[in-house]
Ligand binder design. Structure first.
Ligand code: XMP
Length: 478
């Protein structure tokens, strides 16, 4: 193929454009609907997902993203078992009906019970015999003042005679009444033979009420995606699907590659029940190739990310606004959503990304440094910081070699990412609320009450450096 040289195509970034204000009859931003498609079968209530990076998304971030109506993608920079466990934690976290409650036998010690509770982030366990008959229940209340860790839980649990049970097919309204009337936190469910077959908890009702916008699967569990690489992609995918992942995200720097195309085909065949997301690409051709292979969503972005140095190191990439717009133009014909990945610096960029017709935007840097992102904060000079780092940074590659999950050939001498400290930002819920308010404001200026209208009505103008300078707040200067 002849290399494409002059005349050069123009490619733009978010900062090169603004949305033109249009007539609007939207009474309030709150009436704007942000429902969107993440992939062919996954609907979200806000068009935002957190990046599959080891300083951005683990189980905790994914839980909070889904509670707010978005979704988190668990990173793969850990062993397959660890990643599957994170998926499992998300799926269990807010489930009105838990089909596989945590159980113990009555000979176990308090020490074992506490360890089990801590590992699974639960406040109680059901005590059963080998044939799953209920022997009792052990809750935080039963163990609050107990100090003998070797005590058998038989002596501490609430025995079966006092445990309130319900039938398997109870409705959620009936269950809520029983929880309320008896002032209990947990309602074990039994099948026709009287064996344990599920659990309903008061905490989950509360969470459901608090987060009406939460993204959930058909069983009422929070949605979660999980990343895989090329090297152990198929084996890892098996564990992740078993743990309940709703989508598998192929995480490859250069997705317009035969290995990625091949992996999409294999995954589609092997795991038809989950959506397969492929990327990253930055062109029409790349998008088309992945869609033809069967991708249920395509992730677009080569080098726009805050911790990326691909464009400097490899000299390759396409400014993100153009990359996303061109990919959307192709993907729309196939009704495949585009994920605009990287380069979102503020809510205005989010509005521009979604106005291009992308289904969602993937965000790393803005969510790093949050309470829910993996890693501890540290104090320096009286201020709190956390670390944010590119997946292809030298640091991340070195860690990956120890923790598993990476592709070791990435440990090269030309890392395509950097790491840096970010100010501790507190709860992601608040960051997300600011982003969403800004997006809704952008939609209101465009006169759009939903994302379909936003795409149809959005008009960009290209601005100059002077236009950008004028756009930024300035302190009063002579
Ligand atoms: P933001 O701008 O939200 O971007 O921080 C997050 C996205 O950046 C990508 N990413 C990288 N790209 N080298 C790269 O070229 C890296 O080391 C790297 N780490 C993350 C990734 O697509 C992420 O979602």
């Amino acid at each position: 193929m002849t290399p494409k040289k002059e005349p050069f195509r123009l490619a733009l970034s978010y900062d090169d454009v603004l949305l033109v204000p249009h007539y609007s009859d939207i009474p309030s931003r709150k009436q704007i609907n942000l429902t969107t498609m993440f992939s062919k079968r996954i609907r979200l209530n806000i068009p935002v997902v957190s990046a599959n990076m080891d300083t951005v998304t683990g189980a905790e971030m994914a839980i909070h993203m889904a509670r707010q109506g978005g979704m988190g993608i668990i990173h793969r920079f850990q062993s397959a078992e660890e990643e599957a466990n994170e998926v499992h934690l998300v799926k269990r976290s807010e489930n009105i009906f838990i089909p596989d409650p945590i159980t113990l036998n009555k000979e176990a010690t308090l020490r074992e019970a506490l360890a089990l509770m801590e590992r699974n982030h639960v406040t109680g366990v059901i005590v059963i015999s080998s044939d799953r008959s209920i022997e009792g229940i052990l809750t935080a209340r039963d163990v609050r003042f107990k100090t003998d860790l070797n005590a058998s839980i038989k002596s501490l649990m609430t025995p079966k005679e006092k445990v309130i049970l319900a039938k398997q097919n109870i409705t959620s309204e009936e269950a809520l009444k029983i929880l309320d009337k008896n002032k209990i936190e947990k309602l074990p469910l039994i099948d026709a033979k009287g064996k344990l077959c599920g659990l309903i908890t008061a905490t989950d009702y509360k969470k459901t009420k608090e987060n009406p916008r939460a993204s959930k699967d058909k069983h009422g569990r929070l949605l979660v995606g999980a990343a895989i690489g090329v090297k152990d992609g198929m084996e890892r995918a098996g564990l992740l699907v078993k743990a309940g992942a709703d989508a598998l995200i192929i995480d490859i720097a250069h997705g317009h590659h035969n290995t990625c195309i091949g992996l999409v085909k294999k995954l589609k065949k092997e795991f038809p029940s989950v959506d397969i997301v492929a990327g990253n690409v930055a062109t029409r051709e790349g998008t088309l190739a992945l869609i033809k292979a069967g991708a249920d969503a395509v992730k677009v972005g080569i080098g726009p990310g805050a911790a990326c140095s691909t464009r400097i190191v490899a000299g390759a990439g396409v400014p993100q606004l153009t990359a996303v717009m061109e990919s959307v133009a192709v993907a729309q014909k196939f009704k495949v959503p585009i994920i605009a990945d990287g380069g979102i610096k503020n809510s205005g960029d989010l509005a521009k990304a979604i106005a291009t017709g992308a289904g969602t935007a993937m965000i790393g840097n803005l969510f790093s440094g949050c309470k829910e992102s993996p890693g501890e904060y540290y104090i320096e000079g009286g201020e709190a910081f956390k670390i944010y780092r590119g997946l292809a940074s030298r640091d991340a590659s070195a860690d990956m070699a120890i923790r598993g999950g990476g592709d070791s050939e990435k440990q090269n001498r030309a890392p395509e990412g950097i790491g840096y400290r970010v100010t501790f930002k507190g709860e992601v819920r608040k960051i997300l609320a600011g982003l969403i308010d800004g997006l809704q404001s952008g939609m209101s200026y465009t006169g759009a009450k939903n994302l379909k209208e936003f795409y149809q009505k959005a008009e960009f103008v290209r601005i100059t450096d002077a236009g950008m300078r004028e756009s930024k707040p300035r302190s009063h200067q002579i």
